[in-house]
Design a binder for this molecule. Structure first.
Ligand code: PMP
Length: 426
């Protein structure tokens, strides 16, 4: 049997460094909010494969649905022959995102692919090329995805030439003193100096930036952006790949603002660990690409669709949104208490159970402390808690706990986090 270190050595030899492994451990099995490594050590997993396990690892409903589908048909390619789960899932997502309005869903495999398709659909509909994205946004690692991403290193550097007609504008950040109105003004300036609004097909943003630091766009900003997009006929795309499926306490992040996006991208927790993504959008926009323009061999794979249908059942049957709200309040109270105790914590940020701690030097928002964030993360792992960082300056520690994490495990995690911060800052 291999130790973690033996596996790390082998991976260093056989797998390129371009794909990192944040924690030097190898997973053996996982259940709910817990994960065990190759040496049998138990961890509380507040990463969940980067926001994929909102229902928890290996939820029995998801496992059963996939097992049953596996013996029916595991792959058929929806472009060749249809299958029920694709259409049933599309119908459910259309209702969840669109309410009663006529919506349609395209399924794909990864978050980046969903974003790519959303941009293609918006361009086909508007027949103009421009896309506006936000600084600090993350939209995937494909060429268009990394172009849309608003962070240079390591996502964009050395991979050019990047895709054309993409513009970046500032995203609101309360902690740095950038208000929603400041961000809107910057967008108006972009229209005046870089690209006229009639040349813009889409505005793309996360309702709460994930990789960019768990920064909420803010309700007022989202509402004003909706009005501005309506005014110019621009397609408003909400990237809900990380915020979707209860991460912010509501099914989707945009619902906090009471707006209706034109297109929404979903992935991650949609299928509880199986690779599945989608674009859910207004029918007249979704119908713009001509037959054959959309799809992919594995897009909307039947096993993944079966898993997603089970995930949506779990949300209803286990009142997962309410559970998530409760978890969010518990974690927020714990993090606020830590922030009051430890000056290295600049701010606690997030929406519902999508929560993060930002580490700074001298209590100054302009002095990000990435080393402190890394020390805390490493100390947490040593004590049995898995967390990862985020933020443009990588100085923010994010929590992506399963929404049904039991209270005692959440308390245990807060305890480990507090001890780690105490050690790291002493
Ligand atoms: N958009 C957002 C908001 C994301 O958080 C991510 C993944 N972190 C992506 C897109 C890309 O998803 P994937 O890694 O599945 O391509």
């Amino acid at each position: 049997t291999h130790t973690n270190q033996a596996w790390i050595d082998a991976r260093t030899q056989h797998v390129p460094r371009g794909v990192v492994t944040a924690h030097p451990i190898f997973a053996e099995r996982a259940q709910g909010s817990l994960l065990w490594d190759a040496e049998g050590r138990r961890y509380i997993d507040f990463v969940g494969g980067i926001g994929v396990q909102n229902v928890g690892h290996n939820h029995p409903r998801v496992v059963a649905a996939v097992q049953s589908q596996l013996t029916r048909v595991s792959h058929a390619a929806f472009q060749v022959v249809g299958y029920d789960h694709y259409v049933t899932l599309a119908e459910k997502l259309n209702t969840l995102v669109g309410g009663g309005e006529p919506f349609q869903t395209l399924l794909a495999t990864t978050g980046a692919e969903a974003v790519e398709n959303a941009i293609k659909i918006a361009r086909a509909y508007r027949n103009v090329p421009g896309v506006i994205a936000f600084r600090g946004g993350f939209h995937g690692r494909t060429l268009l995805g990394s172009t849309l991403t608003g962070m240079s290193t390591p996502y964009k550097q050395n991979f050019g030439p990047l895709a054309g007609d993409i513009y970046h504008t500032p995203y609101p950040d309360d902690y740095l003193g950038v208000s929603g109105d400041d961000a809107l003004q910057a967008l108006e300036e972009l229209f005046a100096t870089q690209i006229a609004p009639e040349r813009v097909a889409a505005i793309l943003l996360e309702p709460v930036q994930g990789d960019g630091g768990f920064r909420p766009a803010g309700i007022a900003f989202l509402k004003k952006l909706r009005a501005l997009a309506d005014h110019h006929g621009i397609v408003l795309i909400l990237d809900e790949v990380q915020t979707g499926f209860g991460r912010t306490g509501k099914m989707f992040g945009f619902q906090h603002a009471g707006i209706q996006p034109d297109l929404v991208t979903v992935a991650k927790s949609l299928a509880g660990g199986l690779p599945l993504s989608g674009v859910v959008g207004k029918r007249h926009i979704m119908e713009a690409p001509t037959p054959g323009g959309l799809g992919g061999t594995y897009a909307g794979n039947p096993l993944a669709c079966a898993a997603a249908l089970a995930v949506l059942d779990v949300f209803e049957e286990e009142s997962l949104l309410e559970q998530g709200e409760r978890l969010g309040s518990l974690l927020r109270a714990g993090l606020d208490a830590l922030a009051a105790q430890f000056p290295v914590i600049g701010t606690v940020r997030g929406v519902g159970p999508m929560l993060a701690l930002e580490f700074v030097r001298n209590g100054d928002p302009r002095q990000p402390d990435a080393d402190m964030a890394q020390r805390v993360i490493d100390l947490c792992r040593a004590d049995g808690l898995l967390v990862i960082k985020c933020g443009v300056y990588r100085n923010t520690l994010r929590l992506l706990a399963p929404l049904n994490t039991p209270q005692d495990i959440a308390q245990e995690a807060l305890g480990i986090l507090g001890t780690a911060i105490a050690k790291a800052s002493s």
